[in-house]
Design a protein around this ligand. Structure first.
Ligand code: 6CS
Ligand code: FE
Length: 304
C-alpha cells in the first residue's frame, strides 16, 4: 500500500513514504499540565519538556520489587504458546508480554500508584487511558535490543494516534547498567518528527515486535540526529521510573552480560488523543497493542 489511506484527513506527520522527506518540527507541547496539576515540580516539568525524558528513582518501593519479579516469572512459566500477546526471541525466550496488567493484579496495581498515574495525568493535562502495556524481558547473554525508533511514528502510522500527546513510563525491575542493554535516548529529539521511508506491510506487527524494520530512520537521518542531540544512556537501580515522550528517539543494544534487564512499560494516552483509523496501514493493530476502547482512569489519586 502507498499513500494516505484517508486522503481527506489531515496528516500532520506523514511517514512510511516512498522517498526521504524533510524532518517536521513538532507542533504540540510536550508537557500539557502545570505544577499544581500533579506530583512533578516545575523543574521536573522543564526537564522533560527540554529533554523529552525524566528519570524518577524509587517510583516503585523495594517491597514491590520481588513480588513483581515473581509475577514476571509466573507469567513466563504459565504462558500459553498460542497467545499472540507473548512475543518471543528467535531463540524461544520471552521478549515481551502485552497486557500484563490483565495477567497480574500486582502489575495492575502499579498503574495506579501515586508515582505513576497522577504523573501521566499531569504530563498530558487531561484524563488518560492505557494505550499499551507490556513487560520487556531482556535475559542475560541472549537478550537482543530495539533498534532506534520513535514510538509515535509507529503509533501514528499503524494505530492512528493523531497527536503527540502520549507518554511512556518504563519501570525497571532490575538494575540498568551501561552494559546490559539499557535504553539510549537522543535528548531533545522529541521536538522533531523524522519521516521514515518504506510502506507498512500487512500484519507488520508480527515481525516488528521482534525486529523493527519499517518505521526506523535511515542511517543518514540517525547520524544527523545524533550529531545534533547527542545520546544519553539511562542507568539506575531497580524501581526507577523513566518517563519519556512518545516522539523521543530511542533504542537499546543487546545484552551479552549475565545481568538480565526487565521492565514494566506503560503507555498513557490523553483521552483527547483517541485513536482514529491508521494513517499508514490498511488495518488497525490488535487491541492488545493499541487500545481503542481503553477506559479512562476515573479516580485519580490525590496529589500530596
Ligand atoms: O510497536 C510498538 O508499539 C512499539 N514497539 C516497537 C518495537 N517499536 C515501536 C513501538 O515502540
Ligand atoms: Fe520504543
Amino acid at each position: 500500500m502507498s499513500g494516505n489511506c484517508f486522503p481527506d484527513r489531515v496528516d500532520r506527520y506523514p511517514t512510511r513514504l516512498e522517498k526521504p522527506s524533510a524532518p517536521i518540527p513538532r507542533a504540540e507541547p510536550t508537557v500539557w499540565g502545570g505544577e499544581p496539576d500533579g506530583p512533578l515540580c516545575d523543574a521536573d516539568l522543564k526537564t522533560i519538556a527540554a529533554n523529552g525524558y525524566l528519570v524518577r528513582p524509587s517510583a516503585v518501593g523495594d517491597n514491590w520489587l520481588s513480588p513483581l519479579r515473581d509475577e514476571l516469572n509466573h507469567i513466563g512459566a504459565q504462558a500459553d504458546p498460542a497467545d499472540p500477546r507473548i512475543i518471543r526471541e528467535p531463540g524461544g525466550s520471552i521478549r515481551s508480554v502485552f497486557q500484563p496488567h490483565l495477567f497480574s493484579d500486582v502489575i495492575a496495581e502499579v498503574v495506579t500508584l501515586d508515582s505513576v498515574l497522577p504523573v501521566a495525568r499531569q504530563l498530558l493535562g487531561s484524563d488518560v487511558y492505557l494505550h499499551q502495556a507490556r513487560i520487556n524481558l531482556m535475559p542475560g547473554f541472549t537478550g537482543t535490543g530495539f533498534y532506534w525508533h520513535s514510538d509515535f511514528e509507529t503509533w501514528h502510522a499503524e494505530d492512528g494516534m493523531p497527536m503527540m500527546r502520549a507518554v511512556s513510563c518504563s519501570i525497571s525491575l532490575t538494575e540498568n547498567f551501561a552494559y546490559n542493554g539499557s535504553l539510549m535516548v537522543m535528548p531533545g529529539s522529541h521536538e522533531i518528527f523524522y519521516p521514515c521511508v518504506g510502506t507498512t506491510p500487512p500484519d507488520n506487527h508480527t515481525s516488528s515486535l521482534v525486529k523493527q524494520e519499517i518505521g526506523v530512520p535511515s542511517q543518514a537521518t540517525l547520524t544527523e540526529a545524533a550529531a545534533r542531540f547527542g545520546i544519553d544512556q539511562v542507568t539506575g537501580p531497580a524501581g526507577t521510573a523513566l518517563w519519556f515522550d512518545s516522539n523521543l528517539m530511542h533504542g537499546s543494544g543487546s545484552n551479552i552480560t549475565p545481568f538480565p534487564r526487565s521492565n514494566i512499560f506503560l503507555v498513557f494516552n490523553s483521552i483527547e488523543n483517541r485513536l482514529v483509523a491508521p494513517f499508514r496501514a490498511e488495518t488497525p493493530r490488535p487491541e492488545y497493542l493499541a487500545a481503542r476502547d481503553g477506559q479512562p482512569f476515573s479516580t485519580p489519586s490525590l496529589v500530596q
